[in-house]
Design a protein around this ligand. Structure first.
Ligand SMILES: Cc1cc2nc3c(=O)[nH]c(=O)nc-3n(C[C@H](O)[C@H](O)[C@H](O)COP(=O)(O)O)c2cc1C
Length: 181
């Protein structure tokens, strides 16, 4: 049985949902896991874990600053442990190159090269946004040619099958002897 730590950043809550899904799946495989919203958990990586999955979402071209700070501070430990990055964005819904670009920027900012990377589509949560954010996001969706501009409802693009595959691949990698990682 492995112990996996999942620190994350989220603004509107979709990454938190993805993290809970990953954690449930890890537990269903008989492992232990703990999730931590880095906004409240501080930037210390607790000891005693066998692996780490860092998750963050993209706003205005960047992942959460407190996740970047956490990774910079704990880079040595993240490099020592089998660790992965989950990046949540709208670009991951159809614009893979842009979604990869956000990760490349994150890697350049932090100096960390995660062993596994999952790019997952987030959500347009119009009913949760305030007035300005709602209209800004509607305009962005429209400019990108999306028909998903009905602000009386939400659009969730996360493909849960892909999240499941990523998690199971990560667990298989974690189980390999160090010489094969
Ligand atoms: C104000 C705002 C700015 C955003 N900027 C980007 C962006 O630059 N690129 C992108 O791909 N997605 C962008 N998104 C989409 C978010 O990544 C997406 O909504 C994601 O689900 C947010 O995850 P969270 O709920 O965990 O914070 C933006 C969303 C909002 C509300």
């Amino acid at each position: 049985m492995a112990k996996i730590y999942i620190p994350y950043g989220t603004v509107e809550g979709q990454t938190a949902q993805i993290v809970e899904y990953i954690a449930e799946l890890i537990r269903s495989h008989g492992h232990q896991t703990e999730t931590a919203d880095l906004k409240h958990a501080g930037d210390t990586l607790p000891t005693g874990y066998d692996g780490v999955i860092v998750a963050a979402s993209v706003h205005v071209g960047k992942h959460e600053g407190h996740v970047t700070d956490f990774v910079k501070k704990n880079r040595g430990e993240l490099e020592r442990l089998p660790s992965a990055l989950v990046s949540v964005s709208l670009a991951a819904h159809g614009d893979e190159a842009e979604a990869e670009g956000y990760v490349q920027k994150f890697e350049a900012d932090t100096g960390w090269r995660p062993g596994h990377v999952g790019l997952f589509a987030g959500a347009l949560l119009y009913t949760h946004y305030g007035f300005i954010k709602k209209h800004l996001m509607k305009k962005i969706a429209k400019d990108k040619g999306s028909l998903d501009t009905d602000t009386t409802r939400d659009y969730v693009y996360t493909e849960w099958d892909g999240v499941q595959r990523f998690t199971e691949d990560y667990l298989a990698w974690l189980a390999k002897p160090a010489s094969q990682k």
